[in-house]
Design a protein around this ligand. Structure first.
Ligand code: FAD
Length: 370
């Protein structure tokens, strides 16, 4: 099929779907994003946004990560670094022990409560670690689509005997059915991708939906507007208070906020991204940890900007992202776990190549199949 007649519907307006739309559009393809809630409603709007060049070395996604890290630098030039909160950062590991109070200084981070820091070491510098504001980047990428339709994809209509897609049928927010004509479909629905494949292909014996089993794992985060300037720093902490140790991650953003996220739990995945429940205890714990890291900058004087939760998309069958052609003219990209913001742009570029050229050349995705 010639490029001009292709019409791609991308299901899911997270970083993966929006990046796919962006790179397809760069090749002149007509693209519609079909999004059930709002752009970046899931993890792509609530993630930390840390980017690390070499932290997936030796893993199946190493090449995807490295290509994507460079694409982030290019996107920052294209969109303007400030508009997407992009900047290189220093990344440190920080041990805080409220019992021993050893009072170590963290170089370049005077705002950190140094009475209880027992150890700090560098994990990455400004050449190998960076950050981006996930929601702002996702929204910028999504703007490239010809159309964004807010509706929950429910069915794929096929034409003739070849089984190729001719339309996606979805339910709009008003409950009405929406029909979007297409030649190709990309399933990029994050943690909802596994159950969506099951639903879309329940009567199609050529698709084994267990190959595309993506599940969701909930994590909470808060965003605090600091009362004093924070450094360009990401901190992987280990906080010991008596017998308990917790490991929240703190990312200081260029807008003067600090983003803090905690561990995952086993809450069930809701039907839609805007229906995620927030556990107030998990939020209170993060606030208490922020005070332990820096009572001055992130304590009572800090303004709470966001209290939120979202679901990591985890590939149950492979443990790695899955980028593949699910059947003729239907594609799948999901399961990026804790590196979806980092790997989103290269995933989008790879998917655009797979759809238009029949093979991926920008990076090695040979191990990212079901
Ligand atoms: C707490 C936390 C911190 C993180 N920090 C980082 C980080 O620092 N760096 C990093 O690289 N990654 C990070 N991640 C991981 C990253 O956020 C995810 O891997 C990434 O956002 C997944 O993107 P996605 O587009 O696949 O899915 P999502 O962002 O979940 O997007 C899926 C979209 O699909 C839509 N959708 C679902 N079903 C349908 C349907 N039937 N029809 C239409 N639309 C549908 C949803 O509404 C949603 O908008 C973090 C994740 C969490 C939870």
């Amino acid at each position: 099929m010639d490029t001009a007649s292709r019409q791609v519907v991308v299901i899911g307006g997270g970083i993966v779907g929006s990046s796919t739309a962006y790179f397809l559009k760069k090749r002149g393809i007509n693209v519609t994003i079909l999004e059930g809630s709002s752009i970046a409603a899931g993890a792509s709007g609530k993630a930390g946004g840390l980017l690390a060049y070499d932290w997936t070395e030796g893993q199946p996604s190493e090449s995807l990560t490295k290509v994507s890290y460079k694409l982030h630098q290019e996107l920052a030039k294209t969109f303007g670094a400030e508009s997407i909160g992009y900047r290189p950062v220093t990344t440190v590991s920080l041990a805080i022990d409220t019992v021993s109070n050893r009072g170590k200084k963290v170089p370049g981070a005077e705002w950190i409560n140094n009475k209880s820091v027992s150890q700090s070491s560098k994990l990455g510098d400004e050449r190998t670690t960076a950050q981006v504001h996930p929601r702002l980047l996702t929204q910028k990428l999504a703007e490239s689509a010809d159309k964004i339709i807010y509706a929950q994809a429910e069915r794929i209509e096929t034409s003739g005997s070849d089984g190729k897609p001719s339309a996606v049928l979805a339910k709009g927010k008003d409950g009405n059915e929406v029909k979007v004509d297409c030649t190709d479909v990309v399933v990029a629905a994050g943690p909802w991708s596994g159950q969506l494949v099951k639903k879309l292909f329940k009567n199609d014996s050529s698709v084994d939906s267990s190959d595309y089993s993506i599940v969701g794992s909930r994590a909470h985060s808060i965003v605090l507007k600091s009362s004093q300037p924070l450094s360009a720093m990401a901190c992987f902490t280990s906080i010991r208070t008596g017998k308990n140790t917790t490991e929240p991650e703190l990312y200081c953003r260029p807008d003067g906020t600090g983003y803090l996220c905690g561990p995952t739990d086993d809450a069930p995945l809701p039907e839609r991204a805007d229906q995620v429940d927030i556990n107030t205890k998990a939020i209170a714990k993060l606030k208490a940890e922020a005070i332990l890291i820096s009572p001055e900058a992130l304590g009572e004087k800090a303004e709470v900007v966001a209290e939120q939760a979202c679901f990591l998309p985890i590939s149950r069958s492979t443990g790695s992202p899955i980028l593949s052609e699910l059947k003729e003219n239907v594609f799948f990209a999901a399961g990026h776990s804790c590196w979806g913001i980092l790997q989103g742009p290269a995933t989008g570029l790879a998917m655009s190549e797979l759809i238009l050229d029949g093979k991926v050349s920008c990076c090695d995705v040979s191990e990212l199949t079901p």
